[in-house]
Design a binder for this molecule. Structure first.
Ligand code: ZN
Length: 138
């Protein structure tokens, strides 16, 4: 794909350098049958270096995942080759079904049907804790 000429798709910009791959994985982009480009260490005037993810398909993107991994990222929606929307993302207060609690004694380890839910407990330090056992997410 020509990464500069997306006709219909999504561009996640201003990703902190190094976070692109994690975002790609948590968004589940590896399991989608669409063209995705991760561009790493792009020189940015504002940020020094940044990562960019370009998705060459008009798919819904989970805001809570982007806000969790990188609240400074921006989401650009492109239709017919034009930028139609540019949105900042925010750190979500709750994360539902995004990450798993790694505490082996957590109730979610034995009760697999329970939803994995994490709550933002420290906005400044970006700490999320499991609502069942209060273990902090890594
Ligand atoms: Zn837990």
């Amino acid at each position: 794909m020509n990464i500069d000429s997306i006709q219909n798709g999504v561009v996640i910009d201003h990703i902190t350098a190094g976070n692109g791959m994690r975002l790609y994985q948590l968004l589940g982009l590896d399991s989608l049958d669409v063209s995705v480009a991760i561009i790493k260490n792009v020189v940015s005037r504002k940020m020094g270096k940044k990562d960019i993810i370009k998705i060459d398909a008009d798919i819904p993107v989970d805001f809570q995942v982007i806000g969790y991994v990188d609240p400074g990222a921006t989401l650009n929606i492109i239709r017919d080759g034009q930028l139609v929307s540019k949105q900042a993302v925010e750190m979500p207060d709750r994360l539902v079904g995004v990450i798993r609690c790694y505490n082996p004694r957590c109730i979610t380890s034995t009760e697999q049907e329970l939803k994995q839910i994490f709550k933002l407990t420290d906005r400044e330090k970006r700490v999320y804790r499991c609502i069942y056992c209060e273990t902090a997410a890594k």
